[in-house]
Design a protein around this ligand. Structure first.
Ligand code: 0L1
Ligand code: MG
Length: 263
């Protein structure tokens, strides 16, 4: 049950999406609506998606955010947050990302899942996810909070579609048979220098846990993850700021690499 009036939810969705489209920042929305609840936050995010689909955009994938223990501790939260990507968020592997369309981008090294079966909650668990996964592939998420100086609280960031803005996937689509994602190592390089190191277990003990939590989150809303969905399972390390001129490459053990250039 939302607490905010439908007109206010619409206005907040328009405000946040306009900031995204015009690359302008804003104050966090809980400053004006301190009593808004979790349903309000997701209702605003859903309205942003509806605005995009209404203009002909296609849903390109889903995401879990705040999934690494380091980031959850930093934000003092126990649950990840969930969001979406539309087709205009896709950067081709090795392609360019135009910083003029972004406010203050950062990059996160992630493992992307692609499902071959629908996943629904409640009761979805890591086993269900592993059985329903088609393949995993390296992915770099570009996050770009619409909030001034990346300063927000959890409800504000959910409403802002968890800072989603661009992503690239590439490397080798890899089946999960015999692969232990917990011990798969990653290195992210910025301009040829390694800047982040980690292993899959940094994401909730196993990145598939983030997918199960997403299915359970959607299940509570009467929705499911369809077969063939791409899902970013969350940053393995903290996000790294980038600017025009930066080249970023993510190497994932046994899965090759993916990269993008900021111009
Ligand atoms: O994908 C993420 O983990 C980002 C979640 C939102 C918080 C942030 O902008 O850092
Ligand atoms: Mg992320």
């Amino acid at each position: 049950m939302t607490t905010l009036d439908s007109n206010i939810l619409d206005a907040l969705a328009e405000r946040l999406e306009t900031c995204q489209l015009e690359a302008k920042d804003t104050e966090k929305i809980t400053n004006d609506h301190p009593d808004m609840d979790w349903d309000d936050a997701y209702a605003i995010q859903e309205r942003i998606l509806k605005r995009k689909l209404g203009r002909g955009r296609r849903l390109a994938g889903l995401k879990a955010g705040l999934t690494s223990f380091a980031k959850m501790k930093q934000m003092d939260v126990e649950s990840p947050v969930f969001g979406f990507m539309t087709d205009d968020y896709i950067v081709p592997d090795g392609g360019e990302c135009d910083t003029r369309s972004l406010i203050h981008p950062k990059v996160e090294p992630e493992i992307a899942f692609v499902t071959r079966k629908s996943l629904s909650g409640p009761g979805c668990h890591i086993g269900t996810v592993l059985e329903a996964t088609d393949f995993v592939i390296p992915g770099i998420e570009v996050i770009d909070s619409r909030y001034r100086d990346f300063k927000f609280d959890l409800k504000s960031v959910i409403a802002d579609n968890t800072s989603a803005s661009r992503f690239v996937i590439g490397g080798t689509p890899t089946r999960l048979d015999g692969l232990d994602l917990r011990t798969v190592g990653i290195v992210m390089e910025k301009n040829g220098e390694p800047v982040s190191f980690g292993a899959g277990a940094a994401v909730l003990g196993h990145p598939a846990t983030a997918i199960a939590m997403l299915a359970n989150h959607l299940g509570a809303r009467g929705q499911a993850i369809p077969a063939g969905t791409l899902i970013l399972s969350g940053g393995i390390t903290e996000a790294v700021p980038v600017q025009a001129g930066d080249n970023v490459t993510l190497r994932v053990q046994g899965m090759g690499s993916t990269s993008l250039r900021f111009v």
